[in-house]
Design a protein around this ligand. Structure first.
Ligand code: SMG
Ligand code: MG
Length: 371
């Protein structure tokens, strides 16, 4: 049984992106994040919260997550026997919503438990591979030339799939241009909820380009709209923002709102919920892939571990560290192999080490809770 940890530390970090990342809902130049360090004796476990600076991708932010973790999550965890990773979700269930806050706590508990037992996180989650297929997500650019340059570079580097961010006014044109230049490239688009059902005739034009999927075209909480849209398009729909729990995934699949699921452990309430959605999708032959939230190497390591599960049959938004920033808090950096994959670290737990001096440099605020 896991010893009761001594303390939980929170580190708010800021990390400048190499290139601004523009989506239909905004622009990100500097990543603001929250890292959790859970300490038991001489073992530590790390969890990264994927909430953003503002409530744009989802309703959570770094600040709301810190509040929920400190005021409600920590008391629930410490009030009884320390939970195993598989028990964290149930223990935190009294907290409604706030999946990213809960996921960060569960991730830290999971990493600590794996490191204490001397096993890799991918093993613990039921992973079956040593490397995972890497894709890239390319933001909206100021010009088509810049986008084509980014696509060419990604193809040159060997990424297995390119995803283009789209929004009204930046959709059919860029997709057509990329497709003409790269006829066989596995290509997808992600609208981050920028369209409405009335746009169906326009979205239908995307059917001409052999896309693997259209990700989250409609409103973040609109399952019925997506089910109706799915019946009118040839291109498969993938849901991201809409899938906030295993139950929500079940609802989406029951009504045919999507044919593919983007699994982000933070968005769905933690690693156990992510595995549950994987299992559900697999039992129905629905492909899943691992999404990304511009994580540091800590969150990336968890994504890599998750993507080793057998149902993750499509390349994820798991790219090499160097695409995001110069130096990462987690070492070693993730690199792209010549096979277009990222290799699972072989060390215990997340398998990466925290570079203390780098953490100090990017840390803008920190706190400690006694357990
Ligand atoms: O981590 O490479 C990454 C980013 C992948 O496009 C990505 N994420 O909707 O899937 C998505 C977005 C959400 C993050 S926007 C800051
Ligand atoms: Mg998305």
């Amino acid at each position: 049984m896991m010893a009761h940890p001594d303390l939980l530390e929170g580190y708010v970090i800021e990390l400048p992106l190499r290139r601004p990342f523009v989506t239909s809902f905004g622009e990100e130049r500097t990543k603001r994040g929250l890292l959790l360090r859970l300490v038991a004796g001489d073992v530590e476990g790390w969890g990264e919260c994927v909430a953003g600076m503002g409530p744009w991708f989802s309703s959570e932010t770094v600040e709301t997550a810190q509040h929920v973790i400190r005021a409600f999550g920590v008391p629930l965890l410490r009030q009884q026997r320390w939970p195993s990773p598989g028990e964290v979700q149930a223990r935190l269930a009294p907290i409604r919503g706030h999946p990213m806050a809960k996921a960060a706590l569960e991730a830290a508990v999971l990493d600590l438990a794996c490191r204490a037992r001397g096993i890799r996180l991918s093993q613990e989650l039921g992973g079956t591979r040593d490397e995972v297929e890497a894709g890239v997500s390319l933001g909206i650019e100021a010009t088509l030339d810049e986008l084509l340059g980014e696509v060419d570079a990604a193809v040159e580097q060997g990424y297995r799939r390119v995803k283009l961010k789209i929004k009204p006014g930046w959709d059919v044109g860029p997709v057509e241009a990329v497709r003409r230049r790269h006829p066989d490239l596995p290509l997808s688009v992600d609208a981050n909820a920028a369209y409405r059902l009335e746009d169906v005739a326009h979205l239908k034009k995307l059917d001409d380009f052999g896309l693997m999927m259209i990700e989250q075209p409609l409103c973040f909480d609109d399952l019925v709209g997506h089910a109706q849209l799915a019946g009118k398009l040839q291109t498969p729909l993938c849901l991201d923002e809409s899938i906030t729990s295993p139950h929500r995934a079940w609802e989406a699949l029951e009504i045919g709102a999507c044919a593919i699921i983007n699994i982000k452990q933070g968005r769905v309430g933690g690693p156990a919920a992510a595995v549950a959605i994987h299992d559900l999708a697999r039992s129905r032959d629905v492909p899943v892939w691992c999404g990304g939230m511009l994580e540091t190497g800590l969150g990336r390591a968890l994504n890599v571990a998750l993507a080793t599960l057998p149902g993750f049959t499509l390349p994820g938004d798991i790219s090499a560290t160097e695409r995001y920033w110069k130096e990462d808090v987690a070492k070693p950096h993730f690199v792209l192999t010549e096979r277009g994959t990222v290799v699972v670290p072989q060390e215990d737990g997340l398998g990466v080490k925290v570079d203390r001096s780098c953490l100090k440099e990017m840390c803008v605020d920190r706190w400690t809770e006694k357990l």
